[in-house]
Design a protein around this ligand. Structure first.
Ligand code: ATP
Length: 758
């Protein structure tokens, strides 16, 4: 596997060599392009599959109907199964089947957890902080607190329809639903009857499984009678209102009694004398729990800790090395779990935060939670809670994701946590999270990451005057996301969970793609795609001439629009006028191209967010990296129009719309032809014909929507918006204020808060 990953480092060639003296070369020479390609390229790329690309385009009509590319017969040959199967979740069928059982239970559990999850940072809850003391008892307490947001039904304000998660056996029909999910749903229905939460924005979908047979049933039904479809779909999603397993036992502040285990009596929450009705219930309950132990609770310095903060320190060599990544086994993961790993990024050694972390680690011999002051909770997800934390003795903020290993094991979420940690460990890209360190304290796994003060794009979009981004801004964000996805794909990672909520805004206004626990790891087999000799003469991919009335082209960097068709290959120009430099983008399009993305990977997991799910995922046909290009299209659409294209009144209708409905664009806001053309290319329902499915990100980058964009320098571009500068003192003051307000908090006798939670 290591060798396979080694190949990831082979990236898109800038000056693509040719296999032999092709007609293209002859033409280039004739045009004065002095591109002498090395003759031994065949040897160099020995072992790389050479296939012929569509040099044409994937066109789609205005209504979203699918029109195959110009020459479907030129579709690249499929890789053999063995080569396309990946590691991790992209194993051959037998392993997939073996994994199904696990995933089904995960799906129903995720549904349950999601239903109960607290509003994340979007709701910007403030939470009081607490002093932590040495106490094993309090360790359990923190674990309890950490797991509570995922299971606290009282604080859930997610709308029912957004919670619908189906857990269906892959071979079952739509009507055959996992009994676990059904029972879970029944409990949940009871709960809903007692307390109807206020609506909340879209939540991340959970693992869902269905079969193609099941989807066919849906489609047939919808085609015949739409009403009936609705009924069927409704009846098929009992797990959508999945239930809740509350694992924390809450302590009453007044009497110090254990309130109850909500798992046993989920429907009585609202009637409990201990329960409150406000949305701050979760927080208050945490506060109650903590204060019942004497207001100041410290827990991370226990001498008899199972793992202890003093994990062995490993100054890992660049752990983003592909070989290390690919060879990592569960064994080595366990070893790492018991220790503290400070990542090593030589090129970032001058980074002050990195220096501070390394210094703290060296000074203390280890790095643990005790070295951080947790200032506030940023949000919680399925597998953990993220806190804003300051490295003690510095003013440097970090985001720390804290996960309770016991909880993860109990809920069978450990693979997801491992997946996220593994992926974070290898990432080294300006638009992806920097993992500074990870360690285990008292069986709490902690990931120390870069803090993004700008919130996420979902929140930022809501703040826009009309709740959508101006096209220039959208282009900036999607371009950066595209680069991040390209990088992920080259590492063999299919992201699968793109949506504005997962795109955070850094301090400098650039983006950071986050949240990798639903990602798929697979192998990458570089492929050399050879363009037909006629490539040079063919125009780049567009679905219409710019002469159309919609060509407002805000990104047209040259005035050529007035003279020639917007999307016409500028190379024609070049050949006539020697003074003009050849358009390298066009030239590149016509040259053989190395694709080092997992275009052939396949997985059957049903994961993602309803509005963002690709048709092939819904149909259960198996999916690969093309799902990221579908979600990319939905993402661009949402940024530009303020809503997703296939959203229905409920999740089931949304899924049906994804499969059945044509893509439509609202009349307002006015969006350029290029943007709509790109969206149409991306939202092709058949992944085979989807933009990006053959040549990966390079195919999308060369779309006219991005014309004039300097990809190499985009990280130096001025972002559309800059977040408020982060001020650690303000956060501290706010944190203390919250503590006073909510808890009548008294600091420790020396007034020094050694370790703050919340
Ligand atoms: N580095 C960060 N900087 C700032 N905020 C962050 C950072 N990482 C996460 N967050 C916030 O914390 C919240 C919780 O993140 P987390 O990844 O645990 O949950 P999630 O996005 O719901 O994913 P999942 O459920 O898959 O774990 C997010 O909504 C995000 O806004």
């Amino acid at each position: 596997m290591g060798s396979r990953y080694g190949t990831h480092e082979i990236v898109e060639l800038k000056d693509e060599p040719n296999v032999s003296e092709s007609p293209i070369d002859k033409k280039k020479k004739a045009q004065g392009c002095n591109r002498y390609l090395k003759d031994d390229i065949n040897k160099l790329f020995e072992g790389i599959n050479i296939r012929t690309s569509f040099n044409g385009s994937s066109f789609s009509d205005e209504t979203g109907g699918l029109t195959p590319r110009t020459n479907p017969s030129k579709k690249p040959m499929r890789m053999s199964l063995s080569s396309s199967s990946g590691i991790g979740y992209a194993e051959p069928v037998s392993l997939k089947q073996a994994l199904r059982g696990l995933c089904i239970s995960q799906a129903s559990e995720m549904a349950a957890m999601k239903r109960l999850s607290m509003p994340s940072s979007k709701s910007a809850q403030s939470t009081p902080r607490f002093h932590l003391e040495k106490s094993t008892k309090s360790v359990e307490l923190l674990k309890e607190i950490l797991s509570e947001p995922q299971s606290n039904s009282l604080s859930s304000n997610e709308p029912v329809q957004e919670k619908k998660i189906v857990s269906v056996h892959p071979e079952a029909s739509l009507g055959s639903v996992n009994s676990e999910a059904r029972s879970v749903n029944n409990r949940d229905k009871n709960k809903q009857a007692s307390s109807k939460p206020p609506p909340k924005s879209r939540q991340k979908g959970k693992s869902i499984r269905t079969s193609s047979r099941a989807v066919k049933t849906v489609l047939r039904t919808k085609t015949v009678v739409k009403k009936k479809l609705k009924q069927e779909l409704t009846s098929v999603t009992p797990a959508s209102n999945a239930s809740v397993v509350v694992n924390s036992q809450l302590i009453c502040q007044k009497c110090n009694c254990a309130i109850k285990d909500a798992k046993d009596e989920p429907d009585k929450d609202s009637q409990s004398p201990h329960s409150t009705s406000s949305t701050d219930n979760g927080m208050e309950r945490k506060a109650n729990t903590l204060t019942s132990y004497g207001k100041t609770i410290s827990l991370l310095h226990t001498k008899n800790s199972r793992y202890g903060d003093k994990g062995e320190f490993t100054q890992s060599s660049n752990s983003s090395s592909i070989c290390e990544y690919s060879s990592s086994t569960s064994l080595s993961e366990e070893r790492n779990l018991s220790g503290c790993i400070v990542m090593n990024r030589p090129h970032m050694s001058k980074d002050m935060k990195w220096q501070a972390i390394t210094h703290t680690m060296k000074q203390n011999g280890f790095l643990g939670l005790r070295h951080f002051n947790l200032l506030k909770k940023l949000g919680s997800g399925d597998i953990g809670t993220v806190y804003l934390a300051e490295l003690s003795g510095t003013n440097y903020p970090f985001a720390i994701k804290v996960m309770d290993n016991e909880f993860l094991e109990r809920r069978q979420k450990m693979p997801r946590a491992h997946m996220e940690r593994e992926i974070l460990s290898i990432l080294d890209h300006p638009f992806l999270p920097t993992l500074y360190a990870h360690f285990v304290s008292e069986n709490l796994s902690c990931l120390v990451m870069e803090y993004c003060p700008g919130g996420d794009l979902h929140v930022l979009r809501q703040k826009q005057p009309a709740r959508y981004f101006h096209e220039q801004a959208a282009r900036f964000y999607v371009a950066e996301v595209l680069l991040a996805l390209e990088y992920l794909h080259m590492l063999g990672i299919v992201y699968r969970d793109l949506k504005p909520e997962n795109i955070l805004v850094r301090e400098d206004g650039h983006i950071m793609v986050t949240d990798f626990d639903l990602s798929l790891r697979c192998s990458v087999n570089p492929i050399l795609i050879q363009s037909p000799s006629s490539g040079l003469l063919e125009p780049p991919r567009v679905s219409g001439p710019c002469a159309g009335s919609n060509c407002i082209d805000p990104f047209c960097m040259t005035p050529t629009c007035q003279q020639i068709a917007c999307f016409r290959s500028k190379i024609f120009h070049t050949s006539k006028s020697r003074k003009t430099k050849p358009d390298l983008a066009v030239l590149n399009r016509s040259l053989p191209q190395l694709v080092a993305e997992p275009t052939e990977a396949r997985s059957n997991s049903f994961v993602g967010t309803h509005e963002y799910l690709a048709p092939e995922i819904i149909k259960g046909e198996g999916h690969g990296s093309a799902v990221d290009w579908w979600t990319f299209g939905i993402f661009l659409y949402e940024l530009l129009y303020g809503r997703t294209p296939f959203k229905g009144p409920g999740n089931d209708e949304t899924l049906a719309n994804v499969i059945l409905e044509n893509l439509r664009f609202p009349e307002t806001p006015l969006v350029s032809f290029q943007a709509r053309d790109l969206i149409k290319g991306l939202l092709v329902k058949d992944p085979e014909y989807r933009l990006g499915s053959q040549r990966g990100a390079a195919e999308i980058k060369s779309h006219p929507f991005f014309d004039g964009l300097n990809w190499a320098l985009i990280r130096c571009a001025i972002p559309p918006e800059l977040p408020e500068p982060y001020d650690v003192m303000v956060s501290k003051a706010a944190s203390l204020e919250r503590a006073r307000n909510y808890l009548d908090y008294n600091g420790s006798s020396d007034g020094h808060l050694e370790f703050d939670l919340f």
